[in-house]
Design a protein around this ligand. Structure first.
Ligand code: RIB
Ligand code: CA
Length: 309
């Protein structure tokens, strides 16, 4: 059983990651913190709480984090996720209150109270976790690992060489990847492989429980956001790769690499520099996921959605 805190910016693929975390008996979801990214902070908070309400969960603490990146103004993912951040789904009004704590203090509380070490999963910009590490360095030893959706080796999805989460807050991403905490990084390379194909989407549509209906609406909308130039066969599901790896790392191919983040580039700020061939001879600081067993992943998503019958 993996004790985790999910720091996310729901977000269509964040939503699937959250559903997998709630579904899996291998995951103990201690709390959810939200970040500004796909939408501004109050919207991603509401979205996380609506999703938990949809899953009939009101006992997992949720707290909102930073309104903006550490140094930069916020760029939003509205073009991909719509005005609500979860366009395409009818979601319930949250039936519980958020914690009266900022995200970093909820993380500190949960990590301190956990007798085991805690895994922090990041599926949005790294702002909250960078701040948490700066404000509570004494708790670093109680963090087991960081599992991060971010970056890409030779690919980008927001600019030619930059991935959205790292580009929103390059400084936070740089702080986090250089934290010295064990890291598993899920870059776009694996996210592009983690696709839901038309057959998978049809199977999700057949699931008549409220979670199934919501996910069907989310994948339909999200699919419209991918311009044809991507030429994907299916719908890439980035964020769920983090939780899927925690559920079964044997379904992935990874490589230990030295990773850093560019923060000064005019065109490349936020680019992850993944030293695949160890040209720098620097000690690898991340296990980077490059491939996934796609059919297994799609079945996992379907099984999770069905489990809410
Ligand atoms: O680049 C992919 C990331 O950006 C995902 O976390 C997705 O939710 C979007 O925010
Ligand atoms: Ca996200």
């Amino acid at each position: 059983m993996e004790d985790i805190i999910l720091d996310c910016d729901p977000g269509h693929d964040d939503a699937i990651a959250l559903i997998l975390a709630v579904y899996s008996s291998q995951i103990n979801l201690l709390g959810v913190t939200t970040s500004a990214g796909n939408q501004e902070h109050s919207q991603t908070l509401r979205n996380a709480m609506s999703l938990l309400t949809l899953m009939n969960i009101n006992s997992i603490p949720v707290a909102s984090g930073n309104r903006t990146p550490l140094l930069r103004s916020l760029i939003s993912g509205v073009t991909m996720h719509g005005v609500s951040g979860l366009d395409g789904a009818e979601l319930p009004i949250p039936n519980f209150q958020a914690q009266n704590l900022p995200a970093i203090e909820l993380i500190a509380k949960l990590v301190s109270e956990n007798p085991n070490k805690t895994t922090l999963v990041i599926t949005g910009p790294c702002t909250n976790i960078a701040l948490f590490l700066a404000v509570h360095p004494d708790l670093k030893s109680k963090i087991k690992q960081l599992v991060i959706l971010g970056g890409g080796r030779g690919v980008g999805n927001w600019q030619p060489t930059t991935e959205f989460n790292f580009q929103v807050d390059p400084e936070a991403a740089k702080i986090v990847v250089n934290s010295g905490i064990p890291i598993t990084l899920a870059p776009l390379n694996v996210g592009f492989e983690a696709q839901l194909l038309d057959e998978d989407k049809k199977n999700i549509h057949k699931v008549k429980n409220p979670v199934g209906q919501a996910v069907a609406g989310l994948v339909d909308f999200y699919g419209l956001s991918f311009d044809s130039y991507w030429n994907f066969e299916g719908l890439p599901m980035y964020d769920p790769c983090t939780i899927a790896w925690l559920i079964d790392p044997t379904k992935f191919v990874s490589r230990n690499c030295y990773v850093d983040v560019e923060t000064k580039g005019e065109l490349t700020s936020g680019e992850s520099v993944i030293d695949y061939y160890n040209i720098t001879k620097k000690k690898p600081n991340a296990d980077v996921l490059f491939h996934i067993d796609r059919p297994w992943f799609a079945q996992l998503v379907l099984d999770a959605v069905k489990s809410f019958d």
